[in-house]
Design a protein around this ligand. Sequence first.
Ligand code: SF4
Length: 360
Amino acid sequence: MAEGMECFMITTLLSRAIQGERLNAQEAILLFESNSLAQIAETADALCRLKHPEPYRTYNIDRNINYTNICTSGCRFCAFSVQPGDARGWVIERSTLYQKIDETLAMGGNQILMQGGLHPELPLEWYESLLHDIHQKYPTLNIHGFGPPEIVHFAKLSGLPIENVLRRLRAAGLGSLPGGGAEILSNRVRNLTSPHKATADEWIEVCRVWHRLGGRGSATMMCGHLETVAERVEHLARIRSLQDEMGGFTAFIPWIFQPKNTPLATHPKSGTWDYLRTLAISRIFLDNFDNIQVSWVTQGLDIGALALRFGANDFGSLMIEENVVAAAGTRFRTTVQEIECRIVSAGYEPRQRNVFYQIS
Ligand code: SF4
């Protein structure tokens, strides 16, 4: 396409987005393929400020606690898990878990993000007992736990429908559902990267059922690996459509695949501009999402601050502990003071929130 014509088309569709008109998948692909990053960022920032005119931007304090690294899935992008029988495998002890929660509470946290590998033997009762014990000991703590592929795994192992599994976990103390394990919601990509994990339809179905039960949770996207631009947009379109239907997503969190130490280690790592462009297009395309979250854990704090001007309204979590991205060679650590400093540098007041985006 001639440069002048592309520029005209991008300007036109971005001004339609500002007027509140929804973009279709073809238009989102055009944005991904265009060179107009500054214009896209400006539009995403304007839409973010229309949705969030408040003078603050938020962050959360929580801890990512993994209950096991033993996993049957063997995803090609994973540097965290080990196969059953591997001597490096572990399942968390209660004493270790409680110590981690005590530290989280002492730092002002109000939530744990609890996820793990697809363990071949732990029965559903083990997870119920885990939730029950945490909930008894820490009744005010929100347990944000078990991404949709884990729920599908529990359903298959127990022979129960997804709804029964979710009901039982909620009764035991599950507070909200993280959108982990979405990667790219396209079956072609999933067959290449994680053929033994939940399909795109299963991922969507778990969220649908959880939302129908009145639950809330996040949606994520890990991009920059084997997907095409059209498949990235397909992912965005699927979660937008479910949000239209159920309205249960609290936030969307896109992040870039970190290849180091994974079976896809030779795959080139996608750059900062790709991250910022994806974030901005997410804000424009996902017109029914209130909150778009920064991934400073993969991008670092300075890019995180910049992202608050590319459509994100939330800095994400302090994440006292994180193991999955760290295993893939990306380790950023921070403090509440540093997060607040970055939010101020982007021109906003910092405010702590909980998982449901209520301000402390
Ligand atoms: S990404 Fe999750 S499901 Fe896949 S191998 Fe790693 S721990 Fe298992």
